[in-house]
Design a protein around this ligand. Structure first.
Ligand SMILES: Nc1nc2c(c(=O)[nH]1)N[C@H]1C(S)=C(S)[C@@H](COP(=O)(O)O)O[C@H]1N2
Ligand SMILES: [Mo]
Length: 382
């Protein structure tokens, strides 16, 4: 399915929704704040980040489906290079019949692709300070697969490595090695028609901190796969084992094998079904909880207060795209004064539920990466 098809469907979905909206007054305003609403402070505020510059989402301020560029989180493990368009190009090389270099003008001259994709850091909700590493943008660029096809990937190739221009010094045993940020994908995953070389973010040129001149956008994957400041795309036939594939962004989970517990290490890859409460507000004594759900084909969201009965939230029908978060809201009648917990869980179109805290996939996880279990927030009602 091409990006044009996606936007056409979104458009159709919106048009057919109009009649429905008229009869359901509060849907239309599910996410924009209710005029004059008061936001209840979360009691469980995240702790201070270890350094500046992450620009993390403040959940209680989330009031639009698209995250404006200045409010979009940033995770940059090394430096944030500021690259001039002049002289820049991304090289496609390695096990290819026809190595090539694409300048920004070359990328822009190719057929345009667009995708609205919610990017979440694989560490989000895994550390006390890291709960806002998520944002939703309309990414513009050109499809990756035809570029790889044009290069002629050799039959023996197995992986495609995406290398950024940012670099740092890694200490490995007693060595210090200068490394670029890099991530790999299998040839098959790299060839996904959804992947794009992206040069636009919400109709603006890709901002420098987000990867100017171009980045990989890999819809459906955790943030780490979306390599910024691309400088090289390298096709190879051996496993790429760089820091962000094999040492960091590695999830360790205990599993049973023949009655023995083994620790299984996997690289953070595709995103998983997830949801989180965003904001609790009060207007004229009526309380409402807002939130988001992403990482899969979200069908339903349920909310429990203080670990009680799960009640269905209403998903805002106006905004939907295959790789984008859905926004939801639920009224909270007559909460008692004091502290309350609010937990949300998403259910996808196959009926699969967001993993619970007791699901071994979460309960037996030993690292903070891929914390896609239920998110609980704590709020105080005056
Ligand atoms: N070159 C490069 N690409 C990168 C990173 C990086 O440090 N260097 N960080 C990755 C991680 S871990 C995340 S979560 C996303 C964040 O994308 P953003 O900074 O545009 O929000 O970028 C990914 N791409
Ligand atoms: Mo990340």
């Amino acid at each position: 399915m091409g990006a044009d098809e996606t936007s056409r469907r979104t458009f159709l979905a919106r048009t057919t929704m109009t009649a429905f909206l008229v009869s359901s007054p509060w849907f239309a305003h599910a996410f924009p704040r209710r005029e004059g609403e008061q936001v209840l402070p979360f009691v469980d505020q995240p702790t201070a980040p270890p350094r500046e510059g992450f620009n993390l989402l403040k959940w209680e301020e989330l009031d639009s489906w698209i995250t404006p560029n200045p409010k979009f989180f940033r995770v940059s493990h090394y430096n944030e290079p500021v690259i001039a368009e002049t002289g820049w190009g991304v090289d496609v090389e390695g096990l290819v019949a026809r190595p090539a270099r694409y300048t920004l003008a070359d990328l822009k001259a190719r057929p345009r692709a667009e995708v609205t994709f919610t990017v979440e850091c694989g560490g989000n909700h895994g550390l006390p300070w890291l709960i806002g590493a998520i944002g939703n943008a309309r990414w513009g660029g050109t499809a990756l697969a035809p570029i790889l096809q044009a290069a002629g990937i050799r039959k023996d190739a197995t992986e495609v490595v995406f290398v950024g221009a940012d670099e740092g010094v890694e200490t490995i045993r007693d060595m210090k090695l200068k490394q670029n940020f890099a991530r790999s994908m299998s040839v098959e995953d790299a060839m996904s028609p959804a992947n794009m070389l992206c040069y636009e973010m919400n109709a603006a040129p890709l901002p420098a901190p987000h990867g100017f001149p171009a980045r990989l956008i890999a819809p459906g994957w955790y943030g780490v796969a979306n390599v910024k400041w691309l400088k090289r795309i390298e096709v190879r036939n051996t496993r790429f084992m760089g820091r962000f594939m094999a040492r960091d962004y590695v999830t360790i989970r205990e599993e049973e094998r023949d009655g023995q517990t083994v620790a299984v290490e996997t690289s953070v890859g595709r995103a998983r079904l997830k949801s989180a409460p965003a904001r609790v507000s009060r207007k004229d004594g009526s309380y409402r909880i807002y939130g988001a759900a992403w990482g899969g084909a979200v069908d339903k969201v349920e909310v429990a207060i203080d670990g009680g009965t799960w009640r269905p939230a209403t998903i805002d029908p106006t905004y939907s795209a295959p790789y984008a978060w859905r926004l939801w809201a639920i009224d909270w009648p007559n909460p008692t004064a004091g502290e309350h917990t609010i937990t949300s869980r998403a259910i996808d179109q196959q009926g699969t539920m967001q993993a619970s805290p007791t699901d071994p996939i979460i309960a037996r996880k030993r690292t903070y990466w891929e914390s896609f279990g239920w998110v609980t927030r704590k709020v105080r009602v005056a």
